[in-house]
Write a protein that binds this ligand. Structure first.
Ligand code: HEC
Length: 165
């Protein structure tokens, strides 16, 4: 019986020491580049959460004139989003690259793999704890569609790799 107590005390001491070590090394600074495992895990959780939330959301139909919508979307994007995602969505800005997690370029596979429905949901609602704002109170539904169509148009024209990863 006494042996069990000794083992229990040893295990609890090890766990407390490990927790203390993790707590001492945890930093709230946004400066370090997020690690590969952390990025992989965060992206999996984020994709899953966006898929679940967008599947339940009620969304309006897309505009009929795609080319005109893409062109209006570019104007909106460079006014409201380029600050973080870079001019024409092609190279993350210095601000975007200083955020934690780092902001992705919109032509990156991670973003282009989002369906129209998922991307609409992201732009409308934002992503909690990441720095991505929700634009529901800034843009109306047609404007959000214009941003979605513009962002997806970048996947066809620019194949550069994402900065993050
Ligand atoms: C203040 C900075 C900021 C602004 C402004 C901003 N974003 Fe973001 N955006 C982010 C961050 C941070 C993320 C999340 C990055 C991550 O989790 O990997 C993000 C993620 C996204 C994603 C999802 C990509 C992913 O991570 O899967 C899309 C799509 C997106 N933004 C589009 C837009 C559009 C369109 C606008 C303008 C209407 C915009 N963003 C404005 C910071 C910003």
């Amino acid at each position: 019986m006494r042996r069990i107590y000794i083992w229990l005390i040893a295990i609890v001491t090890c766990m407390l020491s490990l927790l203390g070590f993790v707590a001492m090394n945890f930093s709230i600074s946004a400066q370090p580049t997020p690690g590969r495992f952390e990025t992989w895990l965060a992206n999996r959780v984020k994709s899953w959460a966006i898929r679940q939330a967008s599947a339940r959301a009620h969304q309006p139909l897309p505009p009929a004139h795609i080319a005109a919508a893409v062109s209006r979307g570019r104007g909106l994007f460079n006014m409201e989003c380029a600050f973080c995602h870079g001019h024409n969505g092609q190279k993350t800005s210095a601000i975007g690259y200083s955020m934690y997690p780092r902001v992705l370029t919109l032509d990156s596979p991670q973003v282009q793999n989002l369906s129209n429905r998922e991307m609409y949901w992201v732009i409308e609602n934002g992503i909690r704890l990441s720095g991505m704002p929700g634009f529901a109170k800034i843009n109306n539904q047609s404007e959000i569609w214009e941003l979605v169509l513009y962002a997806h148009s970048l996947g066809h024209t620019n194949q550069s790799m994402p900065i993050k990863k």
